[in-house]
Design a protein around this ligand. Structure first.
Ligand code: NAP
Length: 289
């Protein structure tokens, strides 16, 4: 069982959503925090609120930083280590979204996704690893997505970036075995955050209606996973179902995704085509299609 109390944790993307909820939940467990994201004022507010709620802990450090820029991340990791005395847990959570037809997704949208969701994490990992190796301990927690378990319609670019992060995590985990450094991957499902207001919509597909869980529930499950030394934390029922179907009956998973793609497809301009948006959990039963 990994102990959170007193651990020095750097969380990227902690100005809102899951990262912010993780910051509060980790502070509740007694962690010492460094918070990073681009919006300095939001970070300051999160740090002030945590300081009010957990005044016995050191005030969280705040680092405005764009994780897509390697030099920013070098400074972030170096200063965090200097000011906290080390980093025990790195949470790579910063992320952005693009939603819509893969064929309508521009190369620059693909690159933006990779720059933040993949290279942002790569930058942090490469900077923190020498430090963790010297200490002979550490946790690297990478926030992926259920969309990395199996490609999901209209999330081609996003899922590809998260799947790349998963593959990287698995390679690292093998290479680091016996080093005292663990690599954890979390796969959140739909979570109620401002992510969906900010994501770029390229058209062609509609967002499913949910269900969405709260970022606080997601944060709690991620922390439980870290404490229990889990390698993988799959966070939603849909994610668990999708993982199992993908492993045992991959063609069924493909059929389910085709059905979801059809239901969410935007009708062509001028057509009377009606597509029904129903709960995206509606997997076809084995043998029915
Ligand atoms: N919401 C979901 O349903 C869901 C599902 C699966 C996985 N996820 C993943 O969970 C993570 C958190 O997302 P969320 O739902 O909590 O959305 P969110 O509220 O929009 O949080 C995203 C965070 O990433 C930061 N960020 C974005 N680009 C950045 C950059 N270039 N450099 C540094 N920080 C950056 C944002 O802060 P600034 O804008 O201040 O930089 C924000 O703090 C993401 O990796 C997302 O892909 C979310």
């Amino acid at each position: 069982m990994a102990e959170i109390q007193g651990k020095r944790v750097l969380i990227t993307g902690s100005s809102s959503g899951i990262g912010k909820a993780l910051a509060f939940a980790l502070a509740k467990k007694g962690a010492v925090l460094a918070l990073a994201a681009r919006r300095a004022e939001c970070l300051e507010n999160v740090a002030a609120d945590i300081n009010t709620a957990f005044s016995h802990l050191p005030m969280p450090l705040v680092f405005p930083c764009d994780v897509a820029i390697r030099e920013n991340v070098s400074r972030l990791i170096e200063t965090s280590i200097q000011q906290m005395g080390g980093i025990d847990i790195l949470v790579n959570n910063a992320g952005i979204g693009v939603y819509g037809n893969t064929e309508k997704t521009s190369i620059s949208d693909f690159r933006s996704i990779m720059d933040v969701n993949f290279f942002g994490s790569v930058h942090c990992i490469l900077e923190v690893l020498p430090h963790m190796k010297r200490k002979g301990q550490g946790h690297i927690v990478n926030i992926a997505s259920v969309a990395a378990k199996h490609g999901v319609p209209y999330l081609g670019a996003y899922g590809a970036g998260k799947a790349a992060l998963v593959a990287l995590s698995q390679s690292l985990r093998a290479e680091l075995s016996g080093s005292g450094i663990s690599v954890v991957v979390a796969y959140p499902g739909y979570t109620q955050t401002e992510f969906f207001d900010k994501e770029k919509r390229v058209g062609g597909g509609r967002r499913p209606p949910g269900p969405y869980v709260s970022p606080e529930i997601v944060a709690k499950s991620i922390i439980r996973g870290i404490e229990k030394n889990r390698h993988e934390i799959v966070l939603s029922i849909e994610g668990k179902v999708l993982s199992s179907i993908q492993g045992i009956l991959p063609r069924l998973a493909d059929k389910a995704m085709a059905r979801i793609a059809h239901r969410l497809r935007e009708p062509k301009e001028g057509s009377n085509e009606q597509t029904k948006i129903t709960d995206y959990r509606a997997f076809p039963e084995p043998g029915r299609e």
